[in-house]
Design a protein around this ligand. Sequence first.
Ligand SMILES: NC(=O)c1ccc[n+]([C@@H]2O[C@H](COP(=O)([O-])OP(=O)(O)OC[C@H]3O[C@@H](n4cnc5c(N)ncnc54)[C@H](OP(=O)(O)O)[C@@H]3O)[C@@H](O)[C@H]2O)c1
Length: 86
Amino acid sequence: MPRVNRAEGAVALVTGANRGIGLGFVEELLERGARKVYAGVRDPAALADEFDKLNGDVDVDVVTLDVTDAESVARAGERCATSPCL
Ligand SMILES: NC(=O)c1ccc[n+]([C@@H]2O[C@H](COP(=O)([O-])OP(=O)(O)OC[C@H]3O[C@@H](n4cnc5c(N)ncnc54)[C@H](OP(=O)(O)O)[C@@H]3O)[C@@H](O)[C@H]2O)c1
């Protein structure tokens, strides 16, 4: 049975995208053909070098996002207003 790939052509917002599971999600989404990934990070200035490698040929936008801050969440929502967004 063929594997279902729900990421193909998808637009996604990933929180905590600078390290750990979040960074792994960004990598996996790109590998599975996501059309655009919004990488939500608390501090864009602190992004690791490995993140730059991801942002080569593909469409990755860094979005400042602290999920405990309602204003930050609202601003990130406006940035990612494309729908549908995973
Ligand atoms: N790793 C595992 O095997 C595993 C297994 C089961 C569940 N989990 C859970 O999955 C979550 C992520 O795990 P992880 O291993 O990826 O952790 P991690 O390496 O510590 O990464 C946590 C990420 O969350 C971000 N973050 C923390 N507070 C935030 C906030 N208020 N707003 C936005 N982003 C915030 C961090 O950003 P900064 O760099 O700015 O701090 C970082 O990018 C945790 O809740 C963990 O308990 C992990």
